[in-house]
Design a protein around this ligand. Structure first.
Ligand code: B12
Ligand SMILES: *[C@@H]1O[C@H](CO)[C@@H](O)[C@H](O)[C@H]1NC(C)=O
Ligand SMILES: *[C@@H]1O[C@H](CO)[C@@H](O)[C@H](O)[C@H]1NC(C)=O
Ligand SMILES: *[C@@H]1O[C@H](CO)[C@@H](O)[C@H](O)[C@H]1NC(C)=O
Ligand SMILES: *[C@@H]1O[C@H](CO)[C@@H](O)[C@H](O)[C@H]1NC(C)=O
Ligand SMILES: *[C@@H]1O[C@H](CO)[C@@H](O)[C@H](O)[C@H]1NC(C)=O
Length: 428
């Protein structure tokens, strides 16, 4: 069954898209930027300790199948799948499933080191728990983003019985579209595009049709208001995936895809995770194409020469210039004993926010101690002043510059001189 599913795909005629089939050339990123992005992904594939399924998925969707980096990462993904899949979040299992599918491996029989695992049944189990929680209390066990990925993966592998998921996601989108980030909306709606085509129930089709047209038109409105950006620079590629897949649901409205492509090109994304989420749409692909890539022959036509990424100036040069002064405030009015501490620290110009937190901790360890956890997006601050965020309680440390929430984490955000950074214990 999988073999058939994998062989029907045509390299550039994308499943989940309308009759048109081909992507306008202007929607594809230029070869130089594409090579730079592939370089970042290949580097990350060979350097990170924990294999990143989003990177494998992006490499495969971008037609980088035969690179050594892709092969090495695929091997590590299989090994990690057999060892750890049962302990992963549903969304991670979904990303593993999509990554393996797009690399022409059957996620139902993943084999490594003499062990074997069925990712699809694990995913079904975990998704059932997410959906049960959503029906019970309106929110998933993990994140809506993850449940969107879960439903996409289950739909593209053809696991039956998940129209339920589409209906729950559609209702959530309709009832709280305004509150949901573009990232969440995009991943949830992408699942609906896949499910729309698999259901014969007229009322489900109508619900999905209405929802998809709401979400897609919302994205098109944002794009025209924000000069090509949909949400922020990190969500724009995910929103593009939806607009690529859901063309039928905003027709006859026309999408000017050149705008977001230009915006992302200009930004020169650096973080592997940011590149991994953006690249698929920039080569005209979506996560729904994972099962329909040509697998018999290597996609060598689209493979570009191995190229070192241009080293990012920020990372290689250590500024030995003047210091900047940053005010840093930590606030908890939410749980336990309230606190509100202020400190002003000097750090070398060009420092990231993490350096500010370290300087504050050094100057006043009683008040400004903190802990981080390594994630694919970099270090995430999990605890400050002995107070830790909690998934069960849905609390976290949220960062602001003045009143404005940061759109990057402490490992990449660079404060400027005189800036006031706040960490506020919040709920999500
Ligand atoms: C859900 C979510 C959160 C949740 C995570 C809840 C949870 N425990 O599950 C909460 C609300 C805690 C959160 C917090 C933040 N987030 Co957030 N988050 C997301 C979102 C929408 C989905 C992540 C997800 O579920 N992935 C699927 C699962 C399967 O993958 P995962 O690897 O297990 O996901 C984990 C990490 O992504 C991590 N995480 C989530 N956000 C962030 C942000 C940073 C900087 C780091 C290091 C890790 C991290 O938590 C996830 C769940 O464990 C993404 C959107 C996206 N495009 O990826 C944004 C996103 C990753 N977040 C982002 C940001 C900016 C933040 C904050 C810095 C916001 C702020 N102003 O404080 C904070 C982190 C601050 C800190 N303490 O260090 C940006 C990161 C951009 C960048 N270049 O760094 C994204 C891309 C959204 C966007 N488009 O701007 N986030
Ligand atoms: C929908 O699914 C049918 C098979 O059930 C397939 O032939 C068709 O190409 C699909 N359409 C889209 C837009 O994916
Ligand atoms: C969605 O519904 C509208 C009218 O309700 C219809 O015209 C349109 O063809 C439907 N879209 C799809 C993709 O079926
Ligand atoms: C830091 O903590 C001490 C007690 O340990 C307290 O007296 C002091 O006011 C705190 N400083 C700030 C800036 O809140
Ligand atoms: C902390 O510093 C900021 C900026 O100087 C100031 O606006 C704020 O009132 C201070 N807060 C406390 C609690 O001292
Ligand atoms: C910058 O600040 C550090 C301490 O944070 C200090 O040791 C150093 O002398 C300062 N440098 C300048 C140029 O002010």
């Amino acid at each position: 069954m999988l073999g058939v599913a994998l062989s029907i795909g045509v390299l550039l005629a994308l499943a989940g898209r309308g009759v048109a089939g081909t992507v306008p050339p202007d929607c594809i990123i230029n070869t130089q930027e594409r090579a730079r992005m592939l370089g970042i992904l290949r580097d990350s594939a060979t350097q990170s300790e924990l294999p990143n399924p989003s990177v494998l998925l992006a490499l495969s969707l971008a037609g980088d199948k035969s690179s050594d980096a892709q092969q090495l990462l695929l091997k590590q993904i299989k090994e990690t799948a057999v060892e750890q899949a049962k302990d992963m979040s549903s969304g991670q299992v979904a990303l593993y499933t999509l990554a393996l599918l797009s690399s022409c491996c059957d996620p139902r029989h993943v084999e490594a080191n003499g062990q074997s695992v069925d990712l699809v049944s694990i995913l079904q189990e975990k998704t059932d728990k997410e959906l049960a929680n959503m029906e019970l209390v309106g929110i998933p066990v993990s994140t809506l983003f993850s449940v969107g990925l879960d439903a996409q993966a289950l739909c593209v592998v053809g696991a039956g019985g998940y129209q339920n998921a589409a209906v729950i996601l559609a209702r959530k989108l309709l009832s709280s579209q305004e509150q949901l980030s573009v990232d969440n909306q995009a991943m949830m709606a992408l699942a609906l595009v896949c499910d729309y085509n698999r259901t014969e129930l007229q009322d489900v089709q109508n619900l999905l049709n209405t929802t998809l047209s709401e979400v897609a038109n919302g994205f098109l409105n944002k794009q025209s208001e924000e000069k090509g950006i949909i949400g922020n620079i990190y969500s724009t590629g995910l929103a593009m995936q939806l607009l690529l897949a859901a063309g039928d649901f905003y027709a006859p409205r026309v999408w000017d895809c050149t705008q977001p492509v230009a915006a992302i090109t200009k930004h020169h994304l650096q973080q592997p995770m940011a590149v991994a989420q953006a690249l698929p749409a920039l080569v005209g692909r979506t996560y729904l194409d994972s099962a329909s890539l040509r697998c018999s022959t290597e996609a060598s036509t689209t493979t570009s020469p191995q190229m070192d990424p241009t080293p990012s100036p920020e990372r290689t040069t250590r500024e030995v210039g003047p210091n900047i002064t940053v005010t840093y405030t930590i606030i908890n009015h939410l749980r336990g004993e309230k606190f509100n501490c202020n400190i002003t620290v000097d750090v070398p110009a060009g420092s990231v926010l993490l350096d500010v937190l370290k300087a504050a901790e050094k100057a006043d360890p009683t008040n400004f101690s903190f802990k981080t956890k390594t994630t694919f997006w970099g270090p995430m601050v999990v605890s400050i002043h002995g107070l830790a965020g909690s998934e069960a309680d849905r609390t976290y440390w949220q960062f602001f510059s003045g009143q404005e929430a940061l759109d990057e984490g402490v490992g990449t955000y660079k404060p400027h001189n005189g800036e006031h950074i706040q960490a506020v214990f919040s709920t999500y």
